[in-house]
Design a binder for this molecule. Structure first.
Ligand code: ADP
Ligand code: MG
Length: 699
């Protein structure tokens, strides 16, 4: 039988070597299967015929039925054109060609019924249609034209004749070649129970639908399937782990936890913090391995929850490790933990990329012998040579920069995988959470410590910066501090650093009565530390910086966050940065500086930022504006996000539904051996192979 996944596209009639190379290069289409799953991005209804009298300048594509009364050649040079005066008896419209004039004129006859298809526009007060499709009405059966598919193609493809129409032809050829029903990929009880059309129907219809209604059913079936397999994979993974491993049991609440809680804690936990600590305690005392996600907006006090959990580990004879995405953050957490623990006999150490080889030797020894209780570190901790004596808990703090793959590395650091707490500062949209963290239980810290005032956010045009500077001065006079953040991206590093330098110098002039600090990723860790320390202790009043301060940094006295070139930041990043202020009792401000001219997209982002302080709302908006592939963390997640048809921003309902369907399958068939689900597990294996999802339980 013809295996579409391995059959090279070049063997499809109409393709050949050259086009195959082009299809691969431009769209990544290599096999027949790739083409089969290359879906149209839109459809145009060709079942309706418009009257010429109905036409206006702002319509989508229309279809007309009528005759050409006369031709006229007009204009010179580039504006030379052929005009055909076309009518259906209700009015006249000009059909216009700028290229291939002779060819068109020779082909088309006067007073013959034609079907014309194109997009009307206005020119000199007259409606015309440029370069329309013109077909003999006798040859075109309108009743079964249905919706015409449109495929995305690139400029290079179009130049080689591979336009949308040509793609449609190739797909037609593909169906002719297949000459059989495409095999079903969902089990029959699922398709029956949920009223799904067969895969064969769905694929034919998605390319060549007759009407909107059947198109919708086909889209639903294909979205269902796409999301179902992502959920099946992740839920089966979770189930398998649960069956296979018992968890380390932290049965007691001991000395360290109690002493810290009653003697060291300078404030009362919020209700949300207490609830989440209870949830964690239930998990680690349950004989199951904990895999829990804690979502809490910036400033909601996740670090403390992490520390309490790590003390539970210590009380039960286990080590704990806290993984963070940047060195600055690691250093800061390290300092915070040491400070909070005070004189308690809990040993905390730090490991980052810049920890010297000389320091590593004793560090690794003490880690392996169990003398270190808590290790704070960056990606450096993931490396195989970092061995623990008895790792019981891993806390992954801040952001979704660590995916399933990184988590799996940490599990491998003990015979029985340690408990895992993932903390995300930027709340992520529910759909993305279900996908990225679909195997985790979720806790939410939905309450900020008392006394916080919502941050006031204002959008400021560059040309009005003077007013902003006087405002900042007032804040500094009141004893507060300010951050000024500049964008920095790798591709543009030199220029960005220069902007930061220029900005810094300018600010030094404007704020000559104050002390300014400067911080960016190119500085040595020691220098960065020193700058951070100076700002944290109030020796400098303004910190001019790149986004290195984006995550976690905590200076409660800072009340102003200025973000320069705010248009260059994504929403989640803006929200993260804004979260650096508003951590003390004072009213805090975030000022987003942009040029006057803004893209529609930027305008929307500024509007959302100035009207919402709610991280979840912002994350949802971000997903809608950018799409999941661009969301931070999805790249490293180990999950393919180039979904072919489903859309995580729009298909939340379907996603939630299929998650339950997938859960039923996993619960009914945890060992993957029921004949009834054989087709499902086989399909999952194939998808994993094709997408390179090399994690998870089924292989
Ligand atoms: P997150 O990591 O969730 O963004 P942090 O853990 O950095 O937040 O906490 C933000 C600030 O709030 C810190 O200065 C912390 O000491 C303080 N904090 C945490 N919990 C409480 C609480 N229950 N009451 C008062 N302040 C708190
Ligand atoms: Mg934090």
């Amino acid at each position: 039988m013809l295996d579409t996944t391995t059959r090279n596209i070049k063997y499809l009639p109409g393709v050949g070597e050259q086009r195959a190379a082009l299809l691969d290069k431009e769209l990544g289409i290599r096999s027949l299967y790739d083409l089969l799953y290359y879906f149209p991005y839109k459809y145009i209804d060709r079942s309706r015929v418009f009257k010429v009298a109905e036409l206006g300048g702002h319509m989508q594509h229309v279809q007309l039925l009528g005759e050409i009364r006369s031709f006229e050649e007009m204009g010179e040079g580039a504006s030379r054109r052929l005009v055909a005066h076309f009518t259906d008896g209700t009015a006249f419209v000009d059909l216009v060609w700028f290229r291939g004039l002779k060819f068109v004129k020779n082909r088309l006859k006067l007073n013959t019924q034609y079907v014309v298809f194109g997009k009307p526009s206005m020119f000199n007060g007259r409606v015309n249609i440029a370069h329309p499709d013109v077909d003999d009405a006798a040859l075109l059966k309108l009743d079964n034209m249905g919706l015409q598919p449109y495929y995305n193609t690139t400029e290079r493809m179009k130049r080689s004749g591979l336009n949308s129409n040509a793609m449609a032809k190739l797909v037609q050829n593909l169906f002719t070649l297949l000459n059989r029903e495409i095999e079903e990929t969902l089990s029959s009880d699922i398709t029956r129970k949920h009223g799904l059309m067969s895969l064969d129907d769905a694929l034919r219809i998605i390319h060549f639908p007759k009407n909107g209604k059947e198109l919708q059913l086909a889209q639903y079936r294909l979205k269902f399937e796409e999301l179902f397999y992502i959920q099946l994979n992740i839920l089966h993974y979770a189930k398998d782990r649960q069956l296979r491993y018992v968890g380390h049991r932290f049965a007691k609440v001991g000395d360290m936890f109690n002493r810290f809680y009653h003697e060291n804690l300078p404030f009362e936990l919020t209700g949300a913090q207490k609830r989440v600590v209870r949830e964690i305690r239930a998990d680690v005392n349950s004989n199951r391995q904990m895999n829990r996600l804690i979502q809490g907006d910036v400033g909601s006090g996740k670090t403390l929850v992490a520390l309490l959990s790590m003390l539970l580990a210590k009380d039960n004879g286990y080590q704990a490790c806290m993984l963070v995405p940047t060195e600055i953050l690691a250093e800061q957490h390290f300092a915070t933990l040491r400070r909070m623990l005070g004189s308690l006999p809990v040993r905390v150490e730090l490991l980052t990329g810049s920890t010297k080889a000389k320091e590593r030797v004793p560090l690794f020894e003490d880690l392996a012998s169990g003398e270190i209780d808590i290790l704070v570190g960056t990606h450096a901790v993931l490396e195989d040579n970092v061995q623990f004596y008895n790792l019981g808990l891993v806390v992954i703090d801040e952001q979704h920069r660590f995916g399933v793959v990184q988590r799996a590395k940490m599990w491998a650091k003990n015979n029985i995988p340690p408990h895992v707490l993932v903390m995300t500062a930027t709340p992520i949209p529910r759909t993305l959470a279900m996908t990225l963290y679909g195997d985790l239980d979720v806790s939410v810290i939905d309450e900020l410590p008392p006394g916080r005032k919502p941050i006031t956010t204002t959008h400021v045009f560059r040309s009005r910066a003077d007013g902003m500077y006087s405002f900042i001065k007032k804040q500094l006079e009141e004893g507060r501090q300010a951050y000024v953040v500049y964008p920095l991206i790798k591709e543009n590093e030199k220029l960005d650093l220069k902007n930061l330098e220029d900005g810094y110098n300018q600010l030094c002039n404007i704020f000559c009565d104050y002390k300014l600090g400067k911080l960016h990723g190119k500085m040595k860790p020691k220098e960065k530390d020193e700058e951070m320390r100076r700002f944290a202790q109030g020796e400098t009043q303004i910190l001019v910086s790149t986004t290195v301060i984006e995550v976690g940094v905590d200076v409660p006295n800072a009340s102003v966050m200025v973000i320069e070139n705010a248009e260059r930041f994504g929403l989640s990043q803006l929200h993260q940065l804004r979260g650096r202020v508003g951590r003390g009792a004072a009213q805090s401000f975030c000022l987003l500086v942009t040029d006057y001219k803004l893209s529609e997209d930027t305008r929307k982002r500024m509007e959302i930022m100035t009207t919402s302080n709610d991280g979840f709302e912002i994350a949802e908006a971000d997903l809608k504006l950018r799409g999941p592939g661009d969301m931070e963390g999805t790249q490293q997640s180990g999950i393919a996000f180039d979904l072919k048809i489903a859309n995580l921003a729009r298909d939340e309902q379907i996603l939630k539904f299929v998650r339950e369907v997938a859960r039923e399958v996993v619960d009914a068939d945890p060992e993957c051996n029921h004949p009834q689900y054989r087709v499902v597990w086989e399909r999952l294996r194939m998808i994993k192979r094709m997408n390179g999802w090399n994690w998870g339980a089924i292989s």
